[in-house]
Design a protein around this ligand. Structure first.
Ligand code: HEM
Length: 392
């Protein structure tokens, strides 16, 4: 993935690529161009208003579940701002910090289970730590009561599973839809300080509350945007640390803090490569003879920005939490900047601190082997990371 991004970056400020469909889009992989386009009002994420090509997308288009839902990620201008403001309170530093005890309790429980495995036993740390921890956070954020949590993890996993066939995908979406509808019903009667209750509130006296389909789309957006991304951040960080024991030693000795490890992981292996799509509202001249035409689709290579040698001349391909600048655009930039950035950092810090403190001899099961990656051009994550919590 990074090799491909490097090749595209060398070709120009934007390069036409073929996406499933086929749909042709300008891929942008240079840090400065990403920064400029993501904050440029001539660029929109709203296909209905700004993409003439929408009329030609094939039935069952593979990118439809990302590009077409009408939540605020795919809204533009004032409409985007208005919808985003509705849920922003749930992501305030105070609310997020308030979630720490629950995240810690979940991490303790999951790491205890890893520590209880017989010495020499291997386990996939993505499946046994990152995924269930991230799920607990989503449930907590949504204010899902215990009696509605049962089996929710497998439903969310199934919704996000890219290998599900169309029939299975529809069935599982219907199940998640039903569960979220049940959640809305429960929260109407039992409001609390959580995202679902924030959404149900009328924004201002006299203003209409959101209609139910928009409420559900917004809940879907947060599950989609916040679940697998955090899983990848945690797994990518564990993978990077275990692959470089000399850095791990410095972390264990306290010479390198978790904040530096997390920012370097975001720079080195940003969990989102592309998150389709954007559209040019008018012609945009990027120089070097490249003009993005009005209505053209654009895909931003968020994870490519942190590896741009123009930004990081000192070996961007090396994982090094001690480097002075770890600048990245892993959480995006401009009006769509990730709402969950603070929460994702908290989850990663709690997961890493708990895991490495509790398991001082933790090791990779297959040291030197490159773990399989999630097969996707959206997610940039390790698919399976086998570890031995306690060597024999
Ligand atoms: C390491 C973890 C995460 C990464 C790398 C990440 C990355 C991103 C990126 C790149 C965007 C911008 C998309 C664009 O401009 O096209 C974004 C937006 C968003 N993220 Fe995250 N995200 C993470 C975690 C989370 C979490 C935990 C949540 C919530 C639980 C979340 C919720 C959102 C939402 C709601 C948006 C849309 C914001 C808007 O359109 O105004 N993200 N994220």
């Amino acid at each position: 993935m990074h090799a491909e991004a490097a090749a595209l970056r060398a070709q120009g400020p934007a390069v036409l690529v073929e996406l499933p469909g086929p749909v042709y889009a300008w891929s942008v992989t240079r840090h400065d161009v990403i920064q400029a386009l993501t904050s440029d009002p001539r660029v929109s994420r709203d296909p209905r208003r700004h993409w003439p090509g929408l009329a030609d997308v094939p039935e069952g288009w593979a990118l439809a579940p990302i590009v077409l839902p009408q939540h605020f990620l795919n809204a533009y201008g004032e409409e985007h701002h208005r919808l985003r403001r509705r849920i922003a309170p749930s992501f305030s530093p105070r609310r997020v910090e308030g979630m720490r005890p629950l995240v810690q309790a979940a991490a303790d429980r999951l790491v205890d289970a890893l520590a209880a495995l017989p010495p020499g036993t291997s386990a996939d740390v993505r499946e046994h730590l990152a995924l269930p921890l991230s799920l607990t956070v989503v449930c907590d954020l949504f204010g899902i009561p215990d009696h509605l949590r049962d089996g929710l993890g497998s439903v969310i996993d199934a919704v996000l599973d890219p290998s599900a066939g169309p029939e299975r995908a529809l069935a599982i979406q219907a199940e998640l839809h039903e569960r979220l509808t049940g959640l809305l019903r429960y929260k109407r009667e039992n409001p609390a300080a959580d995202l679902t209750s924030d959404l149900l509130l009328s924004p201002q006296p006299g203003q209409e509350p959101l209609p139910e389909p928009a409420l559900l789309d917004t809940l879907f957006l947060v599950v989609g945007a916040g679940y697998e991304t955090s899983v990848s951040l945690i797994t990518n960080a564990i993978g990077a640390l275990l692959a470089q024991p000399e850095i791990l030693t410095q972390v264990r000795e306290g010479a390198i803090g978790w904040r530096d490890v997390i920012e370097e992981t975001l720079r080195f292996e940003g969990p989102v490569m592309y998150l389709p799509m954007r559209f040019a509202i008018e012609d945009i001249d990027l120089g070097e003879g490249v003009v993005i035409g009005e209505g053209d689709p654009i895909v931003i290579g968020f994870a490519a920005a942190g590896r741009d040698p123009e930004l990081h001349p000192g070996c961007p391909e090396r994982f090094d939490p001690t480097r002075a600048s770890k600048e990245h655009l892993a959480f995006g930039h401009g009006p769509h900047f990730c709402l969950g950035a603070h929460l994702a950092r908290l989850e990663a810090e709690v997961a890493l601190d708990t895991l490495f403190k509790r398991l001082p001899d933790l090791a990779l099961t297959h040291p030197g082997e490159r773990p399989a990656r999630v097969p996707s051009f959206v997610a940039n994550g390790i698919e399976r990371l086998e570890i031995i919590p306690r060597p024999a």
